[in-house]
Design a protein around this ligand. Structure first.
Ligand SMILES: [Fe+2]
Length: 328
């Protein structure tokens, strides 16, 4: 509980950081750059949980989606009874749930609710047609340990590709048969591990500006709700993955996607993190979004290293001043 309180306090100060406070802070987010340096597996006393292909990561990490394997399909932390316990221990704002039989195009403000409690929703998940996510499960020790074990394995391979893993965060999705996760994008590096049931993931090229305009990307990357408008003609551009227990899928940062469950209950564990580069990019998108709101036309991220650096340092400076003002 002490740790949960500390995370809540950090969030209330706008610092959605990993609980490890001793690590050096990232200049953009104030998140620890290396919250948990990867410990050798033998020291963690466990066998490998993920089957990662080093060559595949080298060629496709954060560029294209790809499938991995994992050994969590029968892990006791994903039993429904344990998930009820986890939901009870998480702060209220970290448990989100609603009706699951919704369209791909769903305005978050219009999302229907079920009238059930959190506990009833999990216990009756087979028949209650619900969609639920338990957020930031690393606030609970056993789940943090599992997340760290998985991400230590990932970090060993991603550090030479894109260094500075930070903000390790875990999400557990518990969804009824046929539930839909509407079309949206996420700002984190993500591996979605399918634990129980089947899921069809429709994922799209994040560089295709006919699907995702620069302006929408900038607006969505730091928005609370990241659902986007989906048009039927987009579907022919989808790359479709059928996930079954033991499979996982890598999502490149900001790749739009929507998801549909199979005919049974689905449980998935999303292991996410940021890196120095992804945080820097996020700062530039946020800066551009602000410029557009003032009627300007900023150059998109990635076109000019000099301009991106200038925006990044300007963003940091403005934020520091705002924080200092807030502290006075
Ligand atoms: Fe997502």
């Amino acid at each position: 509980m002490k740790n949960i309180r500390r995370v809540q306090e950090q969030r209330s100060r706008g610092e959605e950081n990993h609980p490890c406070t001793l690590a050096p802070l990232h200049p953009c987010t104030d998140a620890p750059l290396h919250p948990c340096s990867p410990a050798p597996l033998h020291e963690r006393g466990g066998e490998r949980l993920l089957q990662l292909d080093a060559e595949r990561l080298r060629s496709d990490f954060d560029r294209k989606p790809f499938v991995i394997g994992h050994a969590l399909a029968h892990h006791p932390l994903f039993d429904l009874a344990r998930l009820v316990e986890l939901a009870r221990n998480l702060p209220e704002e970290c448990v989100e749930y609603n009706a699951g039989d919704i369209p791909v195009n769903m305005d978050p403000k219009q999302t229907p609710h079920t009238g059930l409690s959190v506990e009833e929703t999990i216990r009756r998940i087979e028949n209650c047609r619900s969609w639920m996510v338990l957020k930031f499960v690393e606030q609970t020790a056993e789940y943090r340990s599992l997340l760290d074990q998985c991400l230590d394995e990932v970090q060993t391979l991603t550090e030479p590709i894109t260094p500075g893993m930070c903000r390790r965060e875990g999400f557990i999705f518990i969804t009824s048969p046929g539930s839909v996760t509407p079309y949206h994008l996420d700002p984190e590096h993500n591996f979605l591990l399918q634990i129980r049931g089947k899921k069809t993931v429709n994922i799209f090229d994040m560089e295709d500006r006919s699907l995702l305009s620069e302006e929408e990307l900038e607006n969505r990357i730091n928005a609370k709700h990241r659902n986007m408008v989906f048009r039927e003609e987009f579907q022919e551009k989808a790359e479709v993955f059928e996930l079954t227990p033991g499979m996982g899928l890598h999502f490149p940062v900001t790749a739009p996607h929507w998801v549909k469950n199979g005919d049974e209950v689905s449980i998935s564990f999303s292991i996410t993190f940021r890196t120095s580069a992804s945080e820097r990019r996020s700062c530039v998108h946020t800066f551009n979004s602000y410029m557009r709101s003032r009627g300007l036309s900023p150059r998109p991220f990635g076109r000019s290293r000099l301009r991106d650096s200038t925006k990044y340092f300007a963003f940091r400076a403005v934020r520091r001043v705002r924080r200092l003002m807030g502290a006075l």
